[in-house]
Design a binder for this molecule. Structure first.
Ligand code: GCW
Length: 873
């Protein structure tokens, strides 16, 4: 009977998956287990719950999850009303010695005497009600939870209310994955700070709030300068984040608008906090340092009494409305933002001003360490100039000067969320103040959610990085949780930038990064491989083929992205405007520099001959990075300036490694298309198409990257590719070499972002252009790839004719579909490709493309390729 039921449910799977439910779909669990093996209670008993309490939320979540997974509706009772029917006689203080053999399952409806309850609540209330029944749980920390599944009850208990909710999510996740059910499980978070930062603006995207470096539409919090009326998405976001152990969200951009502190916005923030509260999520606020000046004071000097009083007052006002506000996040003296240094005060003075306003309310100030002074950098003139050394110069001396509710929030690397950086030396400098790691889930420099890049492995590598402080093993996670320097724990903050898009981050596959972040912040010893598998099962399904396909794509994706963008510790060569397309020339001497010269490349960060950044690490690490032979290949050019002909540990030369990596990386992501297609039947149609179109985009854009970077180095160094690939594209026809009518040649800037440095655009904004070529390739079937530029200023249309027969068409409307920072120019950020398969041609055939401009987008084309089966170019 039950099996039949499960089958019916599984057949009903064809509901459209828009992504909104993410990993909380609660789809029917694997059929490989019989329903009898799932620990499904007969009722829910909820302890100490009010409507806004996470315990109440937990009970609702369990009801909803079990209904959705098993089609079973459970009643919820409070402990009093059901007291007589709970048989506590078998509970004897050590429940784990009383495991079930087979779950008793739901008892027949007729039986009104016996129940097998799931009891959800806090440890304290449980102990009050059922004294002496629990094992020793003194080790359970705030937010921690205890689950026990025995033949008499399922206990889901938290040290606090939030813990009970986390325990419920864990229980549901185990059910949903159909994995092993431990009979007893205790879990504590490693750190108390597990925050998310949103870089949401109050204004900016039409009437809606935009999101800085956000690729998923407008803000879920703000519109028209105010907090939205409808906070449904904020509520759903809180649920999603609670399910992975996040406990606070800073809702506005660190480049903060002082308007966030207006009366109306404080009211609005209170509504957001109300929406968050049932999920145990606290609200945090980014503060503009000079806010007092915006509200009428002559200064924002952090030692000025009126300024101090102003912050104390506004903080009190906020706490009156939001008594559980988490605290402030402050970006000061960074990228044009004012800060204490503006008023000749120290960073500590600035941080403490906020800390003291927050202290009476138990709030925390997260003070960002992302401080550098670009005006002091002249890399062209000064060999030792380097942005990486600056943070420690700003922060040394501050340690020990800040209050203990200050947490210094430090980006993972010394530069800025690049594809690979060493872990910031600053973590080993600050020994007394608490610190938090800031990482990005939003892929600002990493393909902006249009390239899949699974970052769980990167986060893990960062957390595990051993600073060897005082010659002891000192992984970053141990510095953050306070153990290393014997201080209070700090934690983690991730810039997430979820938006109104139904996929939350703008891409279904990008969500594994958020999932991994939450789980790793809770427990840094989690395995990123296991996490991506769990996430896949919950998001897409249990079929091994799905799990292994997505696993394989995910695990190869960070190395692939690194390969086709920047290798060997070279920093990202993205353009300045969008951070999306390649512009290697611009980066030679910028603050994010490559120092790529004709014969040699890389930044010398040694103490001996460079900026000295290597010397900012504890001795063992400093010695490693100082020594060019000891530095790992993947960071070679981050620490050393070497000839292109230098041999790496791998045996290859630097230049050949750059060429090879770009070919390998772009090939890897090209293969994702076939891999994804192989699971077509197993994935929701909408999701399948959405991911497929992004994978195609990625494969095309990876080639743009590959060619831009390889051609750049080829031209610069004049060192040929040993394998003869760079600059050699036998299957291409350049658009500028075609017969043009109504099209003119366009010099592309940077030149490396177009094949041959040039493309074509229509000669007018209103008239169609025609480009034609006679084909000389051998007769046969090809994939026809067309590289064009999809600029944000219009939606051109192109049509392809073969011997006058309409063969293919497309539109340049990616700016409405893709979500990455749109480019207004013809460059590496707008360069893209579309491919049409199974095109049969013979020598002498004529290919004609008609491009119809739209707005300021003048149907730009770069080149076409006729690709025989198996050729990627
Ligand atoms: O990398 C830079 C980003 C800015 C961001 C800044 C920061 C919010 O390009 O958009 O500003 O980092 O982290 O403060």
């Amino acid at each position: 009977m039950r099996c039949v039921f499960l089958l019916i449910m599984l057949c009903g799977l064809a509901i459209a998956e828009d992504g909104l439910k993410a990993w909380l779909r609660y789809a029917p669990p694997p059929m490989s287990r019989s329903l009898n093996e799932y620990p499904i209670p007969s009722r829910i008993v909820v302890l100490n719950s009010t409507m806004s309490s996470p315990v109440f939320t937990a009970s609702q979540e369990v009801v909803q999850g079990i209904q959705s997974m098993f089609g079973i509706s459970l009643d919820v009772d409070d402990a009093e009303s059901i007291q007589s029917r709970i048989d506590t006689s078998k509970w004897h203080g050590n429940l784990q010695e009383n495991p079930f053999e087979q779950f008793p399952l739901r008892l027949p409806k007729a039986d009104t005497t016996q129940i097998w309850p799931a009891i959800i609540g806090t440890i304290d209330v449980f102990e009050e009600r059922y004294p002496g029944k629990l094992p020793d749980l003194t080790g359970l920390q705030p937010d921690g939870f205890y689950i026990n599944i025995s033949s008499s009850a399922i206990l889901i208990l938290g040290r606090n209310e939030r813990g009970a909710l986390y325990g419920s999510f864990k229980y549901l996740s185990d059910l949903a994955q159909g994995t092993a059910f431990p009979t007893t499980h205790m879990s504590n978070p490693d750190v108390p700070i597990r925050w998310v930062n949103q870089w949401d603006n109050l204004h900016g995207r039409g009437r809606q709030g935009s999101i800085e470096r956000g690729y998923a539409g407008a803000s879920i919090f703000f519109e028209n300068g105010l907090v939205r009326d409808n906070l449904d998405r904020a509520r759903q976001y809180a649920r999603l984040l609670a399910s992975i152990g996040i406990n606070a969200v800073v809702v506005n951009n660190v480049n903060a608008d002082s308007g966030i502190l207006s009366d109306r916005n404080i009211e609005g923030l209170a509504r957001i906090a109300d929406a968050f509260r049932p999920y145990g999520i606290q609200l945090g606020i980014s503060c503009y340092f000079a806010s007092p000046e915006k509200y009428g004071l002559p200064t924002a000097d952090p030692l000025d009494e009126d300024v101090i009083a102003w912050w104390n007052n506004i903080t009190n006002v906020i706490y009156e409305r939001i008594p559980d506000m988490a605290g402030y996040l402050v970006k000061a003296n960074s990228e044009g933002q004012p800060g204490p240094l503006t008023y000749n005060r120290t960073l500590a003075d600035g941080a403490n001003m906020f800390a003291r306003a927050l202290r009476p309310h138990g709030g925390t100030v997260m003070f960002r360490a992302f401080i550098y002074d670009a005006s002091k950098l002249n890399l062209k003139a000064n060999w030792r100039d380097d942005r990486a050394v600056q943070a420690a110069q700003f922060f040394d001396g501050l340690d020990g000067m800040v209050d203990d509710n200050v947490v210094i929030q430090i980006k993972n690397g010394p530069i800025d969320f690049q594809v690979r950086e060493p872990v910031s030396s600053l973590f080993s400098h600050i020994r007394r103040a608490r610190t938090a790691l800031e990482i990005q889930v939003t892929q600002e420099y990493l393909g902006q959610q249009c390239h899949i890049v699974y970052l769980g492995s990167m986060y893990k590598e960062i957390m595990d990085f051993d600073f060897a402080v005082d010659n002891t093993s000192a992984p970053l996670s141990k510095i953050l949780n306070g153990q290393q320097f014997d201080r209070k724990a700090g934690g983690y903050a991730a810039v997430v930038n979820a938006g109104l898009d139904e996929t939350w981050l703008g891409s279904h596959l990008a969500m594994s990064n958020l999932y991994a972040y939450g789980h790793l912040a809770w427990n840094p010893s989690r395995d990123p491989e296991e996490l991506v598998r769990d996430w896949t099962r919950l998001t897409f399904g249990h079929d091994e083929k799905i799990v292994e396909t997505i696993f394989d794509m995910s695990m190869t994706s960070w190395p692939a992205f690194e390969n086709y963008t920047a290798n060997l510790g070279l920093l990202s060569m993205v353009d300045a405007a969008t951070h999306f397309g390649p512009d290697p020339g611009y980066r030679v001497h910028s603050a994010i520099a490559t120092r790529a010269y004709k014969g040699s490349i890389g930044i010398d960060r040694t103490v001996d001959n460079g900026s000295g950044y290597a010397g900012q690490y504890p001795k063992r690490i400093a010695d490693m990075y100082e020594n060019v032979d000891a530095t790992p290949d993947e960071l070679l050019l981050f620490f050393h300036h070497v000839p292109y002909t230098r041999r790496l540990h791998s045996g290859s030369t630097v230049i050949q490694r750059i060429y090879d990596a770009h070919y390998a990386g772009s090939q890897t992501v090209h293969d994702y298309i076939g891999k994804w297609k192989s699971i077509k039947q197993m994935v929701d149609v909408e999701q399948y198409e959405n991911v497929l179109s992004r994978l195609k985009f990625q494969a095309g854009h990876a080639l743009v990257w590959r060619d831009a970077i390889n051609n750049y180095f080829h031209d610069l160094t004049r060192i040929p590719d040993e394998k003869g690939r760079v600059g050699n594209h036998p299957w291409r026809i350049e658009a500028e070499d075609m017969d043009l009518d109504g099209y003119v040649i366009h010099e592309v800037r940077p030149a490396v972002s177009a094949s041959g440095g040039r493309g074509i655009v229509t000669s007018s904004t209103t008239k169609m252009g025609i480009a034609a070529a006679t084909i000389g390739f051998p007769a046969g079937e090809y994939a026809l790839a067309i590289n064009y530029f999809d600029v944000a200023t219009g939606c051109s249309a192109w049509q392809v004719f073969l011997n006058d027969q309409p063969t293919a068409q497309w539109a340049g409307d990616g700016e409405f579909k893709l979500g990455h920072s749109p480019s207004r120019s013809i460059n590496g950020a707008s360069a893209t490709r579309i491919t049409f398969s199974n095109i049969t041609v013979a020598p002498g055939d004529v290919l004609r493309i008609e491009g119809t401009p739209d707005g300021q987008e003048m149907a730009p084309l770069d080149y076409i390729s006729f690709l025989p089966l198996g050729i990627v170019d």
